[in-house]
Design a protein around this ligand. Structure first.
Ligand SMILES: [Zn+2]
Ligand SMILES: [Zn+2]
Ligand SMILES: [Zn+2]
Length: 1077
């Protein structure tokens, strides 16, 4: 028997071994097409070249294939005698066309066999192939396939239709040896063999109007595989039964032919036909393979089922491409699985729906089919489409999920099709994978519902189980029974179970309990992509030592909290969206733990995240915003780590810490809150560190009622209120923060509070830097306080802070203002470059200033007014634009051992009924003079050293100059001043002694007193022209000559100076001038 075989016995044996070893049962070999596993392989073999027929044939341990073949032939014959019936078209089953084709036989082998075959040199060498072919053919013919061929040939009495032959351009049959020769001769190693005789082929012919078929075996008989043929008709492994099946199927045609199986595009016009007996079959096959339009083939293939499609795909490249048509597979796939898009399974519990344009597969539908075909379907009244004995399809389909689960088996995949399944008691204790199967939104169309018990319960044993793409409903019958449902849930995951719950919609109408409950040690579900919304209770409840991972869930609009974590439960929750709940977003309490990352929590009616009663969650990279109360609420000994979250636009504080709680708040952005940033109340503690707190409507940080947090390295800025507000006995260690650009005080300390502020930078505020009032105390140490619109530090109303080592500069008002009974101990501070007094002591205040450096002020060094007191010791007061120390209006400070020097005006001036105790001070090198006393001032002086002052005033007077020349209107040299009755000057005007002598000579004048003033005559504010004005003067270059005139009553520009009234009295005018310039 002429035949061409490409494989040796050894190779066959090795393939058999390989198949067995790979876990496929021996029956898999004959049932290459019927066994799903093998079907998989063929599904996977995308190459057109396919299984070498001899190999398959020889793999068939069964010898009954001959019977099958002949039976097929017989049926073919019988049908081809007349016209093909419609039924033959509609049942195009059992098409089996294993073929060797393609570019090289080696390739054939490779693609169809296991890789071990590649290693077989018999396969690798083309020459081997050719050389061996004849002997193999002998071998084959001696074996079952050989005999099959013989039988087939002998049992094919029918001739192919005539017109078909006529249409075929190549009808000359060649012998097998021709084939071999042709192959060897370079007709390309493609000695393809088609050999199939199948009812499908017959159908083709019928459809094309050719009633023919030939039962002839042509060509490479050895490559003909009756085994595959027969197996294709049945999933049974029994060859004989297969054969019988085929025989029984009278409508099945068999058409056996083989031909050169070159790909259509490469096919030479002269193909070789290897069969000797009858060329007609060749013609038919040729027609079938090459002449039939693609559309027709496609239509025919559309009747095939998956296994047959895989088989015809092995015929030739053209069949392969057509049989792999995406639409073809899509149609079949969607009929069975309903999915709009292919679903892939990457491993246990890993399903993925992939848009077509993102699929990596050529035919995603087919790939998905391959991955999923072993599943069990739950689809009431659709059983018939899952079982088809003709095509060998035998997919399990049952009516209920419970039935599917009870089928047992290892790790079953259960497709739960569209529909509502009510009242199934689902307690899952194995590794079943249950996945919804429906068109459209899958989960919405597959509904599991319960009204009494929990809808789905995972218990011990469910280690790798999966539940995905279904809706779980729990709708207790509230009217009928009063059964408590607080222990019933949509989904319950119990001890020692770790299912994956994926893309489920979860709805509970129970007014108690939760929609999802995970409880008990070892409960570690992976819940992802689920929608737990619109429930009448808590969305997700994790408790009693449970863990688990919860990712990408949508949890919203629930009546109670979105999530509860309690009693040492420690879940990991990532990227969940928790919003619009009617309670808190996430509630951890009673020692609940948890790691919460990148969750978006917003628009919940109460706090976004609540921590209570020993709970200790870690919350990182979450966004907590638009809460209808606060952002994060930690209370009743709550703890927790809140790191790198964004907390904003909440109606209350971004973070509330209260009642002995002690969380860590680090590196968060806390901004644009409708109230404050971080509130620590009620003996709260906490570490508030490295946060960026800004744009809040109230204080950035508020510390109240005996709270004692650590606040470090934060930036607190651009608040619409103050920066840090400490009150009601608040405490706290506030270190190295940058507090700036706030609308009110940078730091407010009041009502018995005693915080410690160290090394902060407090600057650029629109009011005060640090504000102590109403018994605000505490320590202010080593801070930089600068560039405020008001004073750097204000102390008033009983406040008594310790202020040490600070640098206070650049204020648009004073450096330090102590007033209204303020106290305070200021030591070792540097106070400089403030627009007004370095230190102001006013209105019954009594601070202590020791060893401060007060210099380079744009006004006086220390100004004491309105009954101000104070003890000033060992301060260095120098280089200030006005008096080093100005004491006025009933004040009475004590100055000891200060050094007051290098001032641009007087050293110490005392005026307006003030007095002072001056002991052991050194006053030197001041421009206007050392100690300047107005009329009637008699300070207590002891041991002072007043020396080397420049006495510029006295010199100007003795030089006959107008004092305006040395002072202009920006300073107030103390000297005698007069009024001129002749010029009718008012009390608001003062005239220097030299102007009286010169400009007002002969006028009626009056001496008023010795005090601080500038000369109005020289300033040109009188009617007469000052005659000293044009004279050259000395020492004017250091004065503020270029400053514009300012009327004194417009100078009341700062709120700090509330007590100062403008007086029409000239003596007070001097006061006003120095205060407000
Ligand atoms: Zn003058
Ligand atoms: Zn006059
Ligand atoms: Zn004058």
């Amino acid at each position: 028997m002429p035949s061409a075989s490409v494989t040796s016995n050894r190779a066959r044996r090795s393939k058999r071994r390989i198949i067995r070893r790979s876990g496929i049962s021996s029956r898999a070999i004959p049932s290459l097409n019927s066994n799903p596993d093998v079907s998989d392989e063929s599904l996977g073999s995308v190459q057109a070249p396919s299984i070498p027929l001899p190999l398959l044939a020889s793999n068939n341990p069964c010898s009954s294939t001959a019977a099958h073949s002949s039976a097929s032939n017989a049926s073919l014959a019988s049908t081809s005698g007349g016209h093909t019936s419609a039924s033959s078209i509609s049942i195009p089953s059992a098409l089996s066309v294993p073929a060797a084709s393609a570019s090289t036989p080696n390739l054939n082998i490779v693609t169809s066999c296991s890789t071990n075959d590649i290693l077989n040199p018999n396969h690798v060498s083309p020459s081997n192939h050719v050389n061996n072919s004849s002997s193999d053919s002998n071998d084959s013919s001696g074996g079952s396939s050989g005999s099959n061929i013989g039988n087939i040939n002998n049992s094919s009495p029918h001739q192919p239709p005539y017109d078909l032959r006529r249409k075929s351009p190549h009808c000359d049959p060649y012998t097998a040896s021709n084939l071999v020769a042709g192959s060897a001769g370079g007709c390309s190693s493609q000695h393809c063999t088609i050999s199939s005789l199948t009812s499908s082929n017959a159908s083709f012919l019928s459809i094309s109007g050719q009633q023919s078929s030939s039962s002839h075996t042509f060509c490479n008989a050895a490559s003909y595989s009756p085994a595959t043929l027969s197996s294709s008709t049945s999933s049974s492994s029994s060859c004989s039964s297969l054969a019988n099946n085929t025989v029984g199927n009278s409508s099945t045609f068999g058409s056996t032919f083989s031909s050169s199986m070159l790909p259509a595009r490469k096919r030479p016009r002269r193909s070789t036909y290897s069969v000797s007996e009858c060329g007609v079959g060749n013609i038919a096959s040729h027609y079938l393979q090459y002449e039939l339009p693609d559309e027709v083939l496609l239509t025919i293939f559309a009747y095939l089922k998956e296994k047959d499609l895989c088989r015809v795909a092995q015929v030739c490249k053209r069949f392969h491409s057509i049989a792999n048509d995406g639409k073809l597979w899509k149609t079949m796939y969607q009929r069975l699985f309903e999915y709009d898009l292919p679903l892939f399974r990457h491993g246990p519990g890993k399903f993925d729906i992939v848009p077509l344009d993102e699929c990596e597969y050529d035919n995603p539908w087919k790939e998905s089919f391959k991955q999923l075909h072993r599943g069990v379907h739950v689809r009431p009244s659709f059983q018939d489409i899952y079982v088809d004995s003709l095509s060998g399809r035998n997919i399990t389909c049952v009516d209920t999920l419970q039935a599917a689960l009870s089928l047992g088996g290892d790790n079953p995949i259960i497709f739960l099709h569209a529909g509502t399944y009510v009242g199934e008691l689902l307690i899952i204790d194995n590794n079943a994978e249950i996945i919804g199967a429906a068109a459209g939104n899958i989960a919405e169309n597959v509904i599991l519902e319960s009204d009494r018990e929990s809808t789905v319960v995972f218990v011990e044993g469910a280690q790798h189980s999966y539940l995905g793409y279904v809706t779980l409903k729990f709708a207790p019958d509230v009217g009928g029974s009063s059964a408590p449902h607080h222990k019933h849930y949509c989904l319950e995951v119990k001890d020692n179970s770790s299912p994956t719950v994926d893309h489920c919609i979860i709805r509970s109408l129970s007014a108690v309990g939760a929609a999802v409950c995970v409880n008990g040690a070892g409960a570690e579900p992976f819940i992802r992509g689920c929608d737990i919304s619109d429930c009448e209770n808590v969305g997700l409840y994790v408790t009693d030592y449970a863990h688990g991972t919860y990712e990408d869930n949508e949890i919203c609009r629930n009546a109670l909290a979105g999530i509860w974590v309690k009693n040492f439960a420690n879940p990991i929750m990532r990227r969940n969206h928790i919003h619009h709940g009617r309670d808190v977003g996430i509630f951890t309490f009673d020692n609940g733990l948890g790691y919460f990352e990148a969750n978006d929590i917003h628009n919940n009616r109460i706090a976004g995240f609540e921590v209570k009663a020993g709970a200790n969650p870690t919350v990182v990279h979450c966004e907590i915003h638009h809460g209808q109360t606060g952002g994060i609420y930690v209370h009743e000994n709550g703890q927790g780590q809140f790191i790198e979250n964004k907390i904003h636009m909440n109606n209350f504080a971004g973070v509330w810490i209260t009642s002995n709680s002690n969380p860590t708040i680090r590196r968060n952005e806390i901004y644009n809150g409708h109230q404050g940033g971080v509130y620590i109340f009620g003996e709260g503690r906490g570490l508030i560190e490295h946060n960026n707190i800004y744009g809040n409507a109230l204080a950035g940080i508020q510390i109240r009622t005996n709270s004692d947090p650590i606040v470090r390295h934060n930036k607190i800025h651009h608040g619409q209120h103050g920066g840090i507000y400490v009150h009601e006995k608040g405490q706290g260690l506030i270190e190295e923060n940058e507090v700036y650009a706030n609308s009110l005080a940078g730091v407010w300390i009041t009502t018995g509070s005693t915080p410690v502020l160290r090394r902060n930078r407090i600057h650029s505020g629109k009011q005060v830097g640090v504000y102590f009032y109403d018994n605000g105390h505490g320590r202010l140490e080593d801070n930089d306080i600068f560039n405020h619109l008001y004073s750097g530090v204000q102390i008033r109303t009983g406040s008594n802070p310790v202020i040490k080592g600070n640098k206070i500069w650049g204020g648009q008002n004073g450096g330090v203002l102590v007033y209204n009974g303020g106290l305070g101990h200021l030591e070792n501070n540097e106070i400089f470059d403030n627009a007004m007094a370095g230190v102001w002591i006013k209105t019954d205040s009594n601070p202590t200033l020791r060893r401060n450096k007060i210099y380079d002020g744009r006004d006086g060094g220390i100004c004491i007014f309105n009954g101000g007191k104070g003890v000033l010791e060992e301060n260095d007061i120098c280089r200030n634009a006005q008096a080093g120390v100005l004491i006025s209006t009933q004040s009475h400070p004590v100055l000891r051992r200060n050094r007051i020097f290098d001032g641009l005006a007087a050293g110490v001036e005392i005026t307006n009924n003030a007095t002072a105790t001056l002991e052991h001070n050194q006053i030197f090198n001041n421009r206007f003079g050392g100690l300047c006393l107005a009329s009637g001032v008699h300070p207590i002086c002891r041991g002072n050293k007043i020396f080397n002052n420049q006495d510029a005033v006295e010199k100007a007077v003795s030089n006959g100059q107008c004092l305006y020349k040395i002072s202009s209107y920006t300073s107030f040299p103390m000297h005698d001043f007069y009024r001129c009755r002749t010029c009718n000057t008012t009390d608001r005007n003062a005239i220097c002694v030299n102007c009286i002598k010169t400009c007002h000579a002969g006028h009626d004048i009056e001496f008023i007193r010795h005090d601080r003033f500038f000369c109005d005559c020289g300033a040109g504010t009188l009617n007469n022209q000052c005659q000293l004005q044009g004279e050259p003067t000395q020492d004017t270059d250091t004065l503020y000559d270029s400053s514009p005139p300012i009327e004194s009553h417009t100078l009341m520009k700062h709120g700090d100076s509330e007590e100062i009234k403008i007086s029409l009295n000239i003596k007070e005018r001097a006061t006003v001038n120095i205060l407000f310039l």
